[in-house]
Design a protein around this ligand. Sequence first.
Ligand code: GLU
Length: 501
Amino acid sequence: MIRVRFAPSPTGPLHIGNLRTALFNYLFAKKNKGSFILRFEDTDKERFIKKSEKHILNSLKWCGLIPDEGPDNGKYGPYRQSKRKHIYKKYIKYLLKNKYAYYAFETKEDLKQIRNEYKEKGKLFIYNSLTRSKLKNSLNEFYFKQVKIKKKKATIRLKVPDSTTIKVKDILRGNIYINSNSLDDKVLVKSDGNVTYHLANVIDDHLMKISHVIKGEEWISSFPILQLLYNFFNWKMPNFLHLPLILNSFGKGKLSKRNSNQFNFTILPLKWKDPIKLTTILGYRELGYLPEALLNMLAFFGWNPGGKKEIFSLKELISTFSLKDINFTSARFDKEKMKWINHRHLQCKSVSDLTRLVKRSLKEKKIYFNNDQKLQKIILRIRSQCTFVYQIIEKSIYFFKTPSLNQTYISKVLLNKNINKNILFLIIEWLKNNDKNNLKLLKTFFYKLAINKKIKISYLFKILRVSLVGKLVGLDLYFIIKILKTNVLMKRILNLIFLLN
Ligand code: GLU
């Protein structure tokens, strides 16, 4: 039974690095008919941000990565670590009893001072078998006798074994060997009684029956500590896979918030208002990207099924996904590629879905257009020119709003005022008495009018286009006439006549 989890810490907005982790877990679960579990790792009280959970949940929802188990449902709960304190107690006792963990009494300040002393000597301080006998902890009998009573205020540290080789196995990297002397006796329980990441993570993955742990490479340094805990508990370790880092294609190094500001792109799926600085960062959704395009791009950050196909729907990603196609090389973020992917997805979307999205955007602009059939026709005509949904609206706005006419522009493009006016009047007259939807009739009228007035047909179209669109842009004129209602056409032509007066 495949069971994977996405275990974010609610310490800020969900960024695309984490979303990529969620996606890979989701794809692996769905491909193998397994379960995708959401667990909030909210043990760090100092960094906890309340709004963060909502941002994570909404982001997953927007992308369609719906957890099978999570804070709202599932039988292995609670799915928030802050609600699992009672569960951790017995495991802490077990570790202490078996001498896999011990009490340590240094305060933050103590540790800072020790680190500084080491630094001054050009050394790095590690709290482990090499140093712990001289420090304030329960393994130091001399010291422990004096402080026994203060146990409650102590931290609990993992007792990393002395001079042993720890072997960890990553699906992507194979076996990795670590000398235990390079590891820190990690704090498992803080002096306030709260457990830390390593302990909670291991206990929860075990109790939630997680079969595979897929997470970002930035966690690889904690891998041997997790391994030790699994060994101490005598639990079978899930399979682990650390995904390669996402790099950026412009600056150097890891994709980060800083270089997203610098290069003017976003690393968030949804917008985020910083609760302290009160600044707002827009997300891919607000910038007009489709969630399927974002997922498509993120899927290729570390995965490649081979072949030429680059555009995948979520369904196709699920059916194609395999851990063996995850590659070791770091993925690069490319803004232009992202736009191209969005363009491709916009072309693949069903017209009814696009209509829904366009209507929603129109509504946000307080524009109400209720003729779905006409809207679909507009979308079908215009979408090949568009990368974003908002461009569909930008390029077709004259269908929904009366264009504002600019006098200077108009006198530049329409040279003979009197001819223009006269023609416009005749068109109104014709529209009053004829059916504009009879294309043959309409065309004959225009051609005859041009001949009578001794103007080129292209000039006639120019006058008409300026009146209907406001500018010399837009879709085919006959199409515009077909979509706009007769009274709207007449009103717009009249507007231009007034301006020419
Ligand atoms: N809570 C960790 C995070 O914030 C998760 C690490 C893990 O998946 O084990 O990303």
